[in-house]
Design a binder for this molecule. Structure first.
Ligand SMILES: Cc1ncc(COP(=O)(O)O)c(C=O)c1O
Length: 378
């Protein structure tokens, strides 16, 4: 055995067993591989805001560039969130993206000998946060691609410490109603942490949003997570947060790195939070883009999973046409790449027939639909 194998075996088996996260293909890498000009590539693979960072947030970042010699202080952002959400500052935990707070929940509440429940096709970070702690994953079958809350409830065991719920979920785009979620919270054992991941909350029609933050008073086992990566356009800066009971927050803070959110992310998030016009325009652009993609799919004769996020998962028909042939989604993904269009294949989510497409700018959506049309015909 080589020394490197000995070294790797020092890592617990449950860490070595983790399937690595597959990020969307970077534009630079595809440009290099295919000898394409980066400007001609359309990336609709990581559910970012196609408008990028808001001008106000960018201005705040530029101003803060002179302050980078100091360690960050999350006070101002926590205070801004506290005012916006009407919760005390002690109930807010900042994260280096909401991925970070999901991991903090795993670090604080999971360990070998206990379990976490999440749904089939749920966001990829839940298995990572569970397995990295050596906890057992209990994965419940999805219902129409969405979370089956009754199955999740039935799956909760005496050793279950955490249930992860994405609302809306990525990559399916499916949504749970406030009534469904509230009924789950009422029925789940009170000593089980329920993480409700609302990364796409701001893309929901306001009438469909859950009063999840207000629920925390009634359900001290509830952790709500949100992000600045999506509608706020700050994916590259990495900032998200959790809202929960103050004592739960204190536990998350114990395992949090003291300076986990950097200076630029903090000032950008404060500015982005105040830029209501940017958020509204981004929401409206998403509504228009969603319709454009759905209309496009309809005219190509394709089916998709109705989505409440800033992306849609489209079913690529199998070869043979009667659903029994081979999956074509992987091949279609590769052919789209060769046309300079990056989307996300979902075989890793046990959805081998779907491609997930982020809603882009109207011209990007049109470019994707044209490329898809050409690939399917060709
Ligand atoms: C459901 C869901 N939760 C959380 C995240 C994490 O986002 P971030 O770490 O950028 O806040 C994502 C990102 O795609 C997501 O889709």
């Amino acid at each position: 055995m080589s020394i490197i194998s000995d070294i790797c075996e020092l890592s617990p088996g449950y860490v070595r067993a983790i399937a690595p996260y597959q990020p969307g293909k970077p534009i630079t890498e595809l440009a290099r591989e295919l000898g394409l000009d980066e400007c001609t590539i359309v990336k609709l693979a990581s559910n970012e805001n196609p408008r990028g960072i808001s001008p106000k947030a960018l201005a705040a970042v530029k101003l803060a560039l002179t302050e980078l010699g100091r360690y960050p202080d999350g006070f101002e952002l926590t205070q801004a969130l506290s005012a916006r959400l009407a919760v005390p500052m002690e109930q807010i935990v900042l994260g280096n993206g909401s991925n970070d707070v999901l991991e903090l929940a795993g670090m604080a509440f999971l360990a070998p000998g206990c379990s976490a429940v999440y749904s089939q096709h749920a966001f990829a970070v839940y298995p990572l946060a569970t397995q990295a702690r050596g906890a057992r994953a209990i994965v419940t079958p999805a219902k129409n691609f969405g979370h089956d809350l009754n199955a999740m409830l039935a799956a909760v065991k005496p050793d279950t410490h955490v249930v992860f719920i994405a609302n809306p979920n990525n990559p399916t785009g499916t949504m749970l109603t406030a009534a469904e979620l509230e009924s789950f919270l009422l029925r789940v054992p009170k000593n089980v942490i329920v993480v409700v991941d609302e990364a796409y909350n701001e893309y929901l029609d306001p009438l469909l949003r859950c009063p999840s933050i207000a629920w925390i008073e009634r359900f001290p086992n509830l952790i709500v997570t949100r992000t600045f990566s999506k509608v706020y356009g700050l994916a590259g800066l990495r900032v998200g947060y959790a809202v929960c009971h103050a004592e739960v927050a204190a536990l998350l803070n114990r395992v949090r790195q003291p300076f986990n959110v950097n200076n630029l992310a903090i000032v950008a998030a404060v500015a982005a939070l105040e830029d209501a016009d940017f958020v509204r325009e981004s929401y409206e652009l998403n509504v228009i883009g969603m319709k454009q993609l759905q209309d496009g799919c309809r005219s190509l004769g394709l089916e998709w999973i109705p989505s409440y996020g800033n992306f849609v998962s489209i079913e690529i028909p199998r070869s043979g046409g009667n659903g029994t042939g081979q999956s074509q989604a992987g091949a279609v993904f590769q052919k789209l790449l060769r046309k300079g269009v990056i989307v996300r294949p979902l075989a890793g989510y046990a959805m081998p027939d779907h491609l997930r497409v982020t809603i882009g700018l109207p011209a990007e959506n049109a470019r994707f639909l044209d490329a898809l049309d050409a690939v399917l015909k060709g």
